[in-house]
Design a protein around this ligand. Structure first.
Ligand code: GTP
Length: 170
């Protein structure tokens, strides 16, 4: 697919929050209930048309499991956007956001466009973190906040299109 501009985007967050499921859904690969934890790095390309400009987002999936974490500054020197993911049905994954935000500033990625996404909002009956809590944390860190579900695809295309727009605009 031809494109005009190409940006590298990083997805990070705790293990099992749904990072791989999000990028699979963006890549039209559907959803599976059972997945294998990511080891190392993988990426998909997603294309968005923004006012006649075709933007290619090269979206990098990272390993959430500590022993597989390989994110280093050099890997992501040209990152333009970072998406921090937690699971709305898992309080601990939300509490760990603090760690990931610190990590971003250590890698000097905090000056790029950063989003926080609460995933699995199809699991309303298991919800442990309210929309307002997510929003409050994001606004305290001056970043945009969204909820989504990789399972039903709710809102996902729109979120990444907005991200492409914000990067283009930054
Ligand atoms: P690591 O590779 O270990 O970092 O995990 P990950 O963040 O990539 O999570 P992954 O996409 O592998 O998903 C973990 C589990 O959550 C799998 O069983 C998925 O099917 C499930 N899952 C992911 N997204 C959703 C969602 O939106 N809703 C529901 N109900 N389950 C989800």
């Amino acid at each position: 697919t031809p494109y005009d501009i190409d940006y590298k985007v990083l997805i990070i967050g705790e293990s099992r929050v749904g990072k791989t499921s999000i990028i699979k859904r963006l890549n039209n690969e559907g959803f599976s209930e059972s997945t294998i934890s990511t080891v190392g790095l993988d990426f998909v390309n997603a294309f968005f048309n923004i006012d006649g400009v075709t933007v290619r987002l090269q979206i990098w999936d990272t390993a959430g499991q500590e022993r597989f974490r390989t994110i280093t500054r050099s890997h992501f020197r040209n990152t333009k956007g970072t998406v921090l993911v937690y699971d709305i049905s898992d309080r601990e994954s939300f509490e760990k956001l603090e760690y990931w935000v610190d990590n971003l500033s250590n890698m000097n990625l905090d000056r790029e466009v950063v989003y926080i996404i609460g995933n699995k909002n199809d699991l309303e009956s298991e919800r442990e973190i309210s929309y307002e809590q997510g929003q409050k944390f994001a606004s305290r860190n001056l970043v945009k906040f969204f909820e989504t579900s990789a399972k039903n695809g709710n809102n996902l295309q729109e979120i990444f299109k907005t991200l492409a727009f914000d990067i283009l605009d930054s």
